[in-house]
Design a protein around this ligand. Structure first.
Ligand code: SAM
Ligand code: FES
Length: 347
């Protein structure tokens, strides 16, 4: 397949919408080749700690939104978060991802204290935060306290679409601003979007790809929309696995050096969804390190997988899946090959 280095909007729209099996296979093969050129066959493992499902936001699609009548709330205290890191370290993880709703119980100072505790005990590990929108000063404090990476999906780069998925107090411009700020501070920054969310058009997905090209993030999380009970969008259809895979592959081709997770949401919609994502250019998996008794409460969408297993069992299962697909599990930090802004400035 001849994938152009600088595809036009029409060319991208063609690959976003194609259902032709041969064309899709060529697209996935091209993405695999590019990923192999930059990252070989390695698949990087990250330990995910979902430390709170309280959230002050009310995103219309999200199962842990503020006004969800279904969410059973929990938060882990700093000692338990640290204990999850210790378990993860013993299992071989060198990256911890701390994710949660925007929970006001955790102030910026509180987050910094937790980061300092983790950093003191694990000086060489990568610490990733995924805790939503904060002001620049707080992001700088997180960075100084030891966080190196930050995941903040932009969700959709189409403004009208963003407004249809979020309450009026949330703005796409502010989300994007946060991402540019994180990048400027020197975080390895992750953006990303849902595929097949209600009201999405191919043009929205084109806007996502163009936004990613401009931001050039070190990581891109792409997962299908899955309806969540008790949310205003619960009755809308789930996103398509094939379309999600095409978006993973196109992102790999446009941003060859970015890190692309094979997401749990894909694994939820198809038993081999994560393996298919690896075959379409993804190169990261995120087994769950959250304590078993709270896992099922971090229910962003219905029927989420991996809520019952022990952490060790999650790794074993993911390692088998990765190997069975012809790839090699890699537990190292696995930093992105996209240089940081700070390095760019020095250069
Ligand atoms: N609060 C943080 C934030 O806003 O970035 C992190 C937690 S948030 C729940 C993590 C991601 O879950 C969101 O960025 C969104 O893309 C995804 N998500 C939420 N609801 C979903 C749904 N119904 N289907 C698929 N993904 C969903
Ligand atoms: Fe806050 Fe989903 S609405 S994490």
């Amino acid at each position: 397949m001849k994938f152009l280095t600088a595809p036009s909007d029409d060319e991208l729209l063609h690959y976003i919408t194609t259902e032709d099996p041969q064309e899709m296979e060529e697209l996935f093969a091209a993405a695999r080749a590019v990923r192999e050129e930059y990252y070989g066959l390695d698949v990087y493992f990250r330990g995910l700690i979902e430390f709170t499902n309280y959230c002050k936001n009310d995103c219309l699609y999200c199962g842990i939104r503020r006004s969800s009548p279904c969410a059973r709330r929990y938060r882990l205290d700093p000692a338990r978060i640290l204990e999850c890191c210790r378990i993860g370290d013993r299992l071989g993880f060198r990256t911890f991802v701390l994710q949660g709703g925007e929970d006001p119980w955790f102030t910026a100072e509180g987050i910094c204290r937790i980061l300092s505790l983790i950093r003191r005990e694990f000086p060489d590990h990568a610490i990733t935060l995924s805790i939503g929108e904060w002001d620049r000063g707080s992001y700088e404090d997180f960075f100084r306290a030891g966080a190196n990476r930050y995941l903040l999906r932009h969700e959709t780069a189409g403004e009208a679409h963003y407004n249809a998925l979020h309450p009026p107090d949330m703005k796409l411009s502010e989300r994007k601003e946060c991402l540019y700020t994180l990048r400027d501070i020197g975080f390895q920054t992750g953006a990303g979007f849902m595929v097949g969310s209600p009201f999405q058009t191919p043009e929205c997905l084109l806007a996502d790809l163009r936004f990613l090209q401009d931001l050039e993030p070190q990581m891109v999380g792409i997962g299908p929309f899955i309806p969540a009970e008790g949310t205003p969008l619960a009755a809308y259809p789930q996103g398509s696995v094939n379309l999600t895979l095409r978006m993973v592959a196109l992102t790999r081709l446009l941003l060859p050096r970015t890190l692309l997770p094979a997401t749990t949401a894909l694994g939820t919609l198809a038993g081999d969804g994560r393996e298919q994502a690896l075959m379409a250019g993804a190169n990261v998996v995120m087994p769950n390190l959250s304590p078993q008794n709270v896992r099922k409460f971090y229910s962003l969408y219905d029927n989420k997988i991996c809520t019952g297993d022990e952490a060790a069992e999650c790794i074993r299962c993911m390692s088998l899946r990765v190997r069975a697909t012809g790839f090699v599990p890699n537990m190292s930090r696995g930093d992105s090959k996209i240089p940081l802004r700070a390095e760019l400035r020095v250069g």
